[in-house]
Design a protein. Structure first.
Lengths: 327, 327
DNA sequence: CTGTTAGCGCCTTCAC
DNA sequence: GTGAAGGCGCTAACAG
């Protein structure tokens, strides 16, 4: 391990001078600067990030707290967060709940992006109180050092309901997600609000866990119970995929007997039979916006405490939209 | 920011004593230990990881170098690597090529797992030479501080070829991936070896970029050129999905006119029409094995320089396997 | 058992 | 323009 001291010795200057020279800081004579640079190169010197961080009180690293990359929704978004941070010279460390406290409290991180519903507000408040800027993507939260970058889930649900109603469908069933998820709750809010504004009530409501399996089971149960909605509004695509399977088993035609819609626009949505009408969540833009917000906070600039990312309806055959649309 | 010094002062002991007490190190009298613990709690003290790392010369963090989480193959594997490392008290920092040198040279990392074909061997050698243990998942490499954990790509290809031949298919075309990918090259090796051992030659060979789009274009080209293979051996699933689309466009039936096989067993493979026969890559086991190998290296234990992870044939309808198999 | 001392590698006043 | 000294927060000898 070659340190600045070694470089200084080789260049026959004091460590401080070597430091200044390498960091282009104060005025150092061109001659010494060159000697130092040369010595550094000769020794293959590389600054020790940890030592530097200790001194600067900045690690150039931000954490991304999430529940797991498992789902098809996250990958692109995480990538986007990473890339955006990288553009600003920041590294990203992926962390799950167990490590989060240690990482933040230990000041291993300069800041964090959070997308993990189970994490309690209290923990976020604690971390924020220790003066660590954060951006949350899965809840509204008013607190110093904390900003929210959220999806317009309600808007998406409303648009979807409007689409279904416009197609003349009236008996809509809601196949929902976990109540501990912000996105899930807001999607539900939008659905119910839109429906009641139209003077309607849902035919049925079931709750699932946002998985394909969960969707299949829920819809099987629904059908077994004798319900015959004209449309299933599923709160995410994976659930909708399960719903399609359950309907196929029962010999019900989609969309002629029952229309099905999802939410997220995962890749799979273009491959189901029929292809799935859904709400596109702009994952790249979402992640980038979150990262940018954090960068601003780190720079000490003031930014809106809350930002909303728009979503977009994607019409395909599962809701009876004309074939060929929605690629 | 409350430091050990504050705790020591509050507990009326020396910093070193406080350190010992909190880390349960040397024998400290129960009374002092308690006083220190209490002071720490009262002050809401948390050790500063960076300072600790500087001293210990260990960051408890390992890097995962990859090309991007984009693809459907990576998510599960990365997750598995992460979880395995977490079990050993290590954090994982995801890094892409541009940041890798800085992170390793700056000793921000204790070690690294590498899965990124474009990264030159030379860089890995440099890093290894700086005494950083690494595990590579995408190349064979003999070098101190470096071990390989690889997929049995050849075995998978051979098994697949055997399956196709057993179904009586003879005119096989190879739809390959990028030549700079280790997995891609090995899959090709296995295919050609198995075929030539059977005394056969491929009908055609095309190269793609492992994407769906690439597969579609390649197969379109193949068909436009007048080729009429009885089976398309695609070197990954995404390519195979593209191939299925191209065949559908041409009105060719799968598997009756042309059989199609993939490699990886991504989720999508169960949803194509017909469902895709492929080689299952055990992503969780693969990631875990890589992580374990790194942990062993970090602990200074000697481990085999190379380990191979087995793969498994998954028969579905696209190769004419009886429906109902392969879930 | 506890305190004193000496760094880890770097950066940054502050004199010269 | 350059060097000496101090300290970031923590740990590990070594004394007492």
């Amino acid at each position: 391990m070659v340190s600045l001291k070694d470089v200084a010795r080789k260049a026959k200057v004091a460590v401080s001078t070597a430091s200044l020279a390498l960091n282009n800081k104060s005025r150092v004579s061109p001659a010494t600067r060159r000697r130092v640079a040369e010595a550094a190169r000769a020794l293959d010197y590389y600054p020790h990030s940890i030592a530097r961080s200790l001194k600067n009180r900045r690690t150039q690293t931000v954490g991304f707290l999430m529940g797991g990359f498992g789902g098809p929704v996250y990958a692109e978004m995480v990538q986007s967060v990473h890339d955006t941070l990288a553009k600003h010279g920041l590294d990203m460390i992926v962390c799950f709940a167990p490590a989060f406290g240690r990482l933040t409290h230990g000041r291993m991180l300069d800041g964090a992006v959070v997308l993990d519903a189970p994490t309690p507000n209290r923990l976020l408040e604690q971390v924020a109180a220790r003066d660590m800027p954060m951006v949350v993507m899965d809840r509204e939260f008013r607190c110093p050092n904390l900003r929210s970058v959220l999806l317009d889930n309600q808007g998406g649900s409303r648009a979807m309901v409007a689409h279904l109603l416009a197609r003349g469908l009236r008996d809509l069933a809601y196949v929902g997600g976990p109540k501990d998820s912000y996105d899930s709750r807001r999607r539900r809010d939008g659905f119910f609000a839109a429906l009641s504004e139209a003077g309607l009530e849902p035919t049925a409501e079931v709750v699932t866990d946002f998985t394909e399996q969960g969707g299949r089971d829920a819809v099987r149960g629904l059908l077994a119970g004798g319900a015959r909605p004209r449309a299933l509004f599923c709160a995410n695509d994976e659930t909708a995929v399960g719903a399609l399977q359950a309907l196929a088993e029962s010999g019900l035609a989609v969309p002629d007997d029952v229309a099905v819609t999802g939410f997220d626009d995962i890749e799979l949505a273009r491959y189901t039979t029929p292809r799935l009408t859904t709400v596109r969540v702009p994952r790249v833009a979402w992640g980038a916006a979150a990262a940018e917000a954090l960068v601003e906070s780190l720079a000490g600039r003031t930014t809106p405490a809350r930002r909303t990312i728009g979503v977009e309806l994607v019409l395909r055959e599962s809701s009876g939209a004309p074939a060929g649309e929605g690629r």
